[in-house]
Design a protein around this ligand. Structure first.
Ligand SMILES: Cc1cc2nc3c(=O)[nH]c(=O)nc-3n(C[C@H](O)[C@H](O)[C@H](O)COP(=O)(O)OP(=O)(O)OC[C@H]3O[C@@H](n4cnc5c(N)ncnc54)[C@H](O)[C@@H]3O)c2cc1C
Length: 432
């Protein structure tokens, strides 16, 4: 008899879905397919930061070399990020990257560059576009029947929700889950690098410019593209706009009138700007469900880009999920056990991130008393950038995963008397 393969459907071909597809394709007992609602894969043309943890995962995925160095901006002095007073331009803090191999230094690039690198690692025949998942039905004998908008149907054993912050898979698992507008809207603008760097004194760095309420972020994206991204608190009466709506340059510059003249000049160079109302939702009780559903990437932790490491987290999810499934398979355990282990590793990570965001919200309330621009900028640094969440960027998920499966093997061997296995799910399946 030919043993049947584990049928895995990944919903969504963003960073999480593509990374999961790469990792599952390495497992010989898995048959993977990816469903993406878009007609073509086109990332929005803004920047994405790749922190050291993201780079380590790109190495683990095997796509590190697909990113061309000429498309990456890495600051000349090796800083992770710099913070400036938005009014005076004074450099307040420059985070270094001590102890991190240069290969994994923070870099920023255009989103399509990352997408292309991931896509090169995916077998295109496994990807079905124009496939918007509409319905999920549990089969009586186990597994899932999936129904797509175009009438296509599929039956799978394991369903991976990599369908972003508005995940339909998460809605199936948690029907009462609600996102809410954070009160913050992001503006993402692009200008020519030559225009920005011709402004006297403008730092060619990875820079946050702080003010009492709103903040600006500027960074080179290479290939003569410079990014200016703003996060602004919108007043109660301003209705949140839909994702990616074209905005006017005046709308952004209006918010930064009290910022330094150097920044006013930079904002005047903007060629294109779009705005994105930022939503988030509460932490999830679990990131695995029903013994055969896993949530990865933004679907598993609906945050609003607070840490700039969503892609790194998505890769870590994919890394752990595929290994957890292999861990269960190699030991003859049900896949459900692998998903429980995945949940044990990733849920606490995300809950810790939500705790940090809660802390940010508290400090934002206490800062409302501060009216002076410079005092507020300093207090933001103390509250949010004193290093309390830097561990996210250097997180070594490989170690956490190794400790988790060893502990679980140990726990099981104590109850069954069976010797520990030594396979960590990091290689291709050895038997079917
Ligand atoms: C303002 C802002 C700035 C950010 N900056 C950074 C940064 O600098 N660095 C960083 O690492 N991260 C950053 N992030 C976070 C990062 O963008 C996300 O974490 C990352 O894109 C998540 O990837 P994902 O694959 O989980 O979701 P997505 O990228 O949202 O991909 C989900 C995919 O699923 C598809 N899909 C959705 N529903 C369905 C359906 N029903 N059927 C089929 N397909 C479906 C979508 O079309 C999409 O292609 C930022 C986020 C925000 C909001």
């Amino acid at each position: 008899m030919t043993p049947t393969k584990l049928r895995v459907a990944i919903i969504g071909a963003g960073p999480a879905g593509l990374a999961a597809a790469i990792e599952f394709a390495k497992l010989s007992f898995v048959e993977v397919r990816i469903y993406e609602q878009a007609r073509e894969l086109r990332e929005m043309g803004a920047g994405i930061g790749l922190s050291p943890n993201a780079w380590r995962m790109l190495d683990a995925l095997g796509v590190y070399e697909n990113l061309d160095k000429k498309d990456l901006f890495r600051p000349a002095d090796g800083h992770l990020v710099q913070h400036r007073n938005g009014r005076t331009g004074e450099l307040l803090l420059s985070h270094k990257q001590e102890g991190i191999p240069a290969r994994y230094y923070q870099a920023r690039t255009m989103r399509p560059v990352l997408q292309k690198a991931l896509l090169q690692g995916v077998d295109g025949s496994r990807l079905r576009l124009s496939s918007r998942l509409l319905g999920i039905v549990e089969k009586p004998a186990g597994g899932w029947r999936l129904r797509f908008e175009d009438g296509f149907e599929d039956e799978v054993d394991l369903l991976v929700g990599a369908d972003g912050i508005r995940s339909i898979v998460r809605r199936f698992v948690y029907p009462n889950y609600r996102l809410r507008y954070t009160g913050t809207t992001a503006y993402r603008a692009l200008a020519d690098t030559t225009d920005i760097l011709s402004i006297p004194g403008f730092p060619d760095a990875n820079t946050f410019w702080h003010g009492p309420y709103d903040r600006l972020y500027t960074c080179n994206l290479r290939n003569n593209v410079y990014e200016l991204a703003a996060r602004v608190r919108l007043t109660e009466d301003a209705a949140p706009v839909s994702w990616g709506q074209v905005a006017s340059v005046e709308e952004v510059s209006e918010r930064f009138k009290t910022f330094s003249p150097m920044l006013q000049r930079a904002l005047a160079k903007i060629k294109v700007v779009k705005k994105y109302a930022l939503f988030n939702g509460p932490r999830l009780p679990r990131v695995a469900s029903h013994g055969s559903i896993a949530l990865v990437g933004d679907a598993s932790h609906p945050l609003a880009g607070e840490f700039g490491t969503g892609a790194g987290c998505a890769f870590e999810d994919a890394y752990v999920l595929a290994r957890a499934v292999q861990w269960a398979y190699d030991r003859g355990y049900p896949i459900r056990d692998g998903l429980d282990l995945f949940d044990q590793v990733r849920r606490p990570h995300y809950h810790a991130m939500f705790d940090i965001v809660d802390g940010f919200a508290q400090s934002q309330i206490s800062r409302q008393k501060i009216t002076d621009f410079d005092d507020a900028a300093l207090q933001i640094l103390a509250d949010e950038w004193s290093g309390g969440h830097h561990w996210l960027y250097t997180y070594q998920v490989e170690d956490v995963w190794r400790r988790a499966w060893k502990a679980e093997d140990g726990r099981r061997s104590q109850t069954t008397g069976v010797e520990d296995g030594d396979h960590d799910g990091s290689e291709n399946g050895s038997h079917l």
